[in-house]
Design a protein around this ligand. Structure first.
Ligand code: UP5
Ligand code: MG
Length: 190
């Protein structure tokens, strides 16, 4: 098969900021391959993997799964994708994640979208989601928010300093938020 250099966009934001929701709209409009790191980990968790119990306990406590595991799952998906445009949702969650990924890929993302949402709104959304996620309870949400602030915001700052960050005000209706997201991708396509 023809080798095409991957185009990588990271979509970052706190728990419940709307990453998955906006990614679905980006895929619909711009035809990316959506890779949610959390979804890949949850799938691995229920697949009899040697990592299953480790992933379960890590997610239950809102902590971050070791980079090598997550990077391996993402790379596997990239390798078997016939689309070379990737929307990587909820990763990298720490500087360690970022460095591990960039070293293996040998490249940086083309851009990074940051869904900026106040904590009380994120808590409200996660608590009303009702999809049976083991981490959607108030105790774990508090831990997820702490980990996000301590470990993921430094990644956001890193890309801001590199001029690669697009900050989106993630409050309002899904469509209103997508109105800010769309022009970022349109500009990027030209
Ligand atoms: N909703 C969405 N947009 C809305 C809007 N504008 N107005 C009102 N409601 C809106 O949205 C959340 C909910 O809000 C939904 O019900 C939606 O309908 C509604 P969603 O789009 O699902 O938000 P998202 O940001 O994707 O929230 P999610 O809970 O998935 O974010 P997290 O970052 O917490 O979860 P993720 O799956 O990425 O990670 C889970 C755990 O996996 C982590 O805590 C960690 O333990 C582990 N993990 C790693 O260790 N490493 C990784 O690389 C990734 C994950
Ligand atoms: Mg999500």
């Amino acid at each position: 098969p023809k080798q095409v250099a991957p185009v990588i966009t990271f979509v970052l934001g706190g728990p419940g900021s709307g990453k998955g929701t906006q990614c679905a709209k980006i895929v619909e409009t711009f035809g990316f391959k959506h890779l949610s790191a959390g979804d890949l980990l949850r799938r691995e968790m229920v697949s009899n993997s040697e990592y299953g119990s480790m992933i379960l306990s890590t997610i239950s406590e809102g902590r971050i799964v070791p980079s090598e595991v997550t990077v391996k799952l993402i790379l596997r998906e990239m390798e078997f994708s016939d689309n070379h445009k990737f929307l990587i949702d909820g990763f990298p969650r720490s500087e360690e994640n970022r460095i591990a990924f960039e070293q293996i890929i040998g490249a940086e993302p083309h851009m990074v979208l940051f869904l900026d949402c106040p904590e009380e709104e994120m808590v409200k959304r996660v608590l009303s989601r009702n999809q049976g996620r083991i981490d959607d309870n108030i105790d774990t949400i508090k831990k997820r928010l702490k980990v996000f602030e301590a470990l993921n915001l430094p990644v956001v700052d890193y890309y801001a300093k590199k001029g690669k960050l697009y900050r989106i005000n993630a409050v309002g209706t899904v469509d209103k938020i997508f109105e800010q997201v769309r022009p970022v991708f349109e500009a990027f396509e030209h």
